[in-house]
Design a protein. Structure first.
Length: 414
């Protein structure tokens, strides 16, 4: 019989944790166990001071001269290159720009341009809604000559046939944590002549990503989850160098021009990844994002992934041990290597349970219709946090503390 997990076991893991010193570099509120870094990352302590300096010393003192004097004009490329190191991109293949949704539009349009004779976009039924909405909107603009074909996760490979232009998938599913084999799916798309577009929003900074190794074509991702760039942080995009010169961006903004300050009347795309930039960069958001990215670059991804796997395995084992799998049903893959850095459980009263849990300082989130979602961010989450989080969850369920009118009231953001 498997030995029960004890509090002492987790305390011992914390003492041996090679990443434990990173916790002090985040401003985690006292008494809070933060299990929602997969939705909004915690605040790095350095961010406030870095942003203050940009506001007061650069914007406040040097004003417009800061575009040159402080390198504002190059921030998107500089931070994009750093993110490229986290996701296995080559030099000049990543840039920070716009939002994930806008970048999806740009990349989907690019993919269709690269496959002009094809009319099908394949995605999965449980993909993040924005990804599907953006595809639907683009297809309406194209006059409905194309179709969006959705398949269940287990049927996506079979749906990739010779008439498919682009396969658009989220590497780690937002609702279940299920993770695709990036190389296998990319090879499948290429075998049928399709372009492979990855959404890395729940991957970058949480699991190893190797776009070059997988021979990926296009990718997008956000900066406010595991990269800890702050609410609404700028997003990023990836275009494999072999495709860049063949794409005329659907959103041809002035900073994507070959000579933006020549102020020419006609658009000429920049030679490289810069052609996918649209408008002026959000300097304050970029400043905050760079702090989070720099932190991630200090942490060996192998150690981050190893701790992530331990945290999720321990959390699920404690849920089974202390609560029971028949009460909270795991909807994430049982096999650790098939999921990202999150766990999701189904319960018919998931919303009020999560509200009660947050009230007691354990912050996760809820996804309709019945999913309690917990994200595990190895840089600031301890093993003892896992013990305490499950203990709090068990107490709420045992006491039925969730069954109060205020917890049943729905908030706008879940």
């Amino acid at each position: 019989m498997t030995r029960s997990i004890t509090r002492g076991d987790l305390e011992a893991l914390d003492r041996a944790d090679s990443l434990r010193d990173f916790r002090d570099r985040f401003a985690i509120p006292e008494g809070v166990i933060y299990l929602d870094g997969n939705s909004l990352g915690a605040l790095p302590r350095e961010t406030s001071e870095r942003v203050r300096k940009v506001i007061e010393d650069q914007w406040g003192r040097d004003l417009i001269r800061s575009w040159n004097a402080h390198g504002w004009i190059d921030l998107q490329q500089r931070i994009g290159a750093k993110i490229g190191r986290l996701i296995g991109a080559g030099e000049g293949e990543t840039v920070v720009a716009d939002s994930t949704s806008v970048n999806l539009y740009k990349m989907l349009a690019a993919a269709l341009e690269l496959r002009p004779g094809r009319r099908v976009i394949v995605s999965e039924t449980s993909n993040f809604p924005t990804d599907l909405y953006i595809a639907q909107g683009l297809l309406r603009q194209l006059g409905c000559a194309h179709t969006l074909q959705l398949a269940a996760p287990e049927d996506v490979e079979a749906a990739i046939t010779d008439d498919v232009a682009v396969v658009m998938l989220t590497h780690v599913n937002y609702r279940t944590g299920r993770m695709y084999d990036m190389q296998r799916m990319t090879e499948r798309a290429h075998a049928h002549g399709a372009i492979m577009l990855w959404d890395l929003s729940h991957s970058a900074g949480a699991v190893p990503v190797d776009l070059s190794g997988a021979n990926a074509d296009l990718a997008v991702g956000c900066g406010y989850k595991y990269l800890n760039g702050g609410p609404g942080a700028p997003a990023y995009l990836y275009v494999a160098r072999r495709h860049q010169s063949r794409i005329s961006p659907a959103l041809s903004g002035w900073l994507g021009h070959e000579s933006p300050f020549a102020f020419e009347r006609s658009y000429r795309p920049a030679n490289g990844i810069e052609r996918f930039i649209v408008g002026a960069p959000p300097i304050l958001g970029l400043t905050a994002l760079e702090v989070g990215v720099d932190l991630m670059l200090e942490a060996p991804m192998s150690a981050v992934r190893a701790k992530s796997l331990q945290l999720t395995e321990l959390f699920d084992a404690l849920v089974t041990q202390e609560i029971g799998a028949e009460i909270l049903a795991l909807v994430s893959p049982r096999e650790p290597e098939m999921r990202g850095s999150q766990l999701c459980y189904a319960h018919e009263s998931g919303w009020p349970i999560m509200r009660a849990l947050i009230d007691r300082g354990v912050i996760g989130d809820f996804r309709a219709p019945d999913i309690l979602r917990f994200g595990f961010t190895p840089l600031y989450l301890s093993y003892l946090d896992v013990w305490n989080a499950v203990a709090t969850l068990e107490a709420i369920l045992t006491e039925r503390a969730w069954d109060k009118p205020r917890y049943h009231e729905r908030a706008l953001v879940t």
